[in-house]
Ligand binder design. Structure first.
Ligand code: FPP
Length: 314
């Protein structure tokens, strides 16, 4: 076989699928779909043609995630900042979202997809709002796969409105502000019923999070690809998932191969950590006072090596 043919075979989605461990898939994938405009420009098409091609990639991605058994996918389709785009592009995008809901609503219902929309829905055109509410209601019982579309969405805005709701609930005596914890705070976010994303993918070569799920992605693995969103194929998604599976997710704790008498895997059970200085060595001590070797570092002098400092903060 020629080298070129061999490469083709090795690059195919089927071969990549063989490398994927089904028992270690992310439970929630979130995607910043970027590059529709550039994709169109490169071909001499209008920007909206790029968005149209982007809808096709989104559809393929939804189906592959669902087929693989990934329970949640969140797609960043329109940010609060996107309202600043030319009126014509915004209007055409709204038409595209309407089309997407109309074309896929039957499929969602038949195939057990639960659809949710997060963001400032009240700013969307009324017919789109009605369609969203209807689809959310009709698909609410599906429990195998949740597709969340972030529309008119801003992470900072979401956090701020959570804070405002908490203040109101504090005034009503429903929340005790002295004991408010992260888990309670997360219940005030629009993603309250979803796990935090394990993997965030951004296409088009930009390496930013652009106000997307700011609270929720604190410990997400980030995957950036140069591929423009309309070219994002099944193969690309598989590559991102395989890359994710090769990562060492410590979630602020230790990796499995480091010496540690007690592996802290469920961080929520050990919500409070504090450091204790003892015999000039640093210990990480859980709230239940079970000691776990963290990193035996001499505290006698200020650390000079910056990578050492960053390893403490990891
Ligand atoms: C980024 O491309 C994409 C958007 C602003 C949002 C539109 C996304 C879609 C239409 C795809 C999926 C839609 C649904 C309904 C699931 P860009 O215009 O920012 O690209 P550029 O950076 O190259 O200009």
């Amino acid at each position: 076989m020629y080298q070129a043919d061999l490469e083709k075979v090795h690059n195919s989605a089927e071969i990549l699928a063989d490398q994927l461990r089904i028992d270690a898939l992310p439970q929630h994938v979130a995607i910043i779909m970027d590059g529709n405009g550039r994709w169109a420009l490169e071909r001499g098409y209008s920007r909206i043609a790029g968005h149209r091609a982007g809808v096709e990639s989104a559809r393929e991605t939804v189906l592959l995630c669902r087929d693989l058994g990934i329970p949640a996918l969140t797609l960043y389709a329109f940010s609060l900042e996107n309202w600043k785009r030319p009126q014509e592009e915004v209007a055409l995008l709204m038409e595209l979202f309407t089309e997407f809901f109309q074309q896929h609503c039957r499929q969602f219902l038949q195939e057990g997809v639960r659809l949710r929309v997060i963001g400032r829905i009240e700013l969307l055109p009324k017919p789109v709002q009605i369609m969203i509410r209807e689809l959310e209601r009709a698909t609410q019982a599906a429990d195998q796969f949740t597709l969340t579309l972030a529309l008119s969405y801003s992470g900072r805005d979401e956090i701020l409105s959570a804070v405002n709701k908490i203040v109101r609930d504090t005034e009503k005596g429903l929340v005790d502000r002295h004991s408010l914890n992260e888990a309670q705070f997360a219940q005030y976010l629009s993603t309250a019923d979803l796990p935090d994303p394990d993997l965030v993918i951004r296409t088009s070569g930009e390496s930013r999070v652009s106000n997307f799920l700011l609270w929720q992605i604190a410990y997400s693995e980030l995957y950036f690809t140069k591929t423009l969103w309309p070219d994002f194929s099944r193969r690309e998604l598989l590559m991102a998932l395989i890359d994710y599976q090769a990562r060492d997710r410590r979630l602020g704790g230790l990796s499995e191969n480091k010496e540690c008498p007690e592996q802290i895997s469920d961080v929520s059970k050990h919500a409070e950590f504090f450091y204790e200085e003892k015999d000039k060595e640093a210990y990480r001590v859980t709230s239940s006072l079970e000691k776990c070797w963290y990193q035996p570092v001499s505290l006698a002098s200020e650390p000079q090596d910056p990578s050492l400092v960053s390893s403490w903060l990891d």
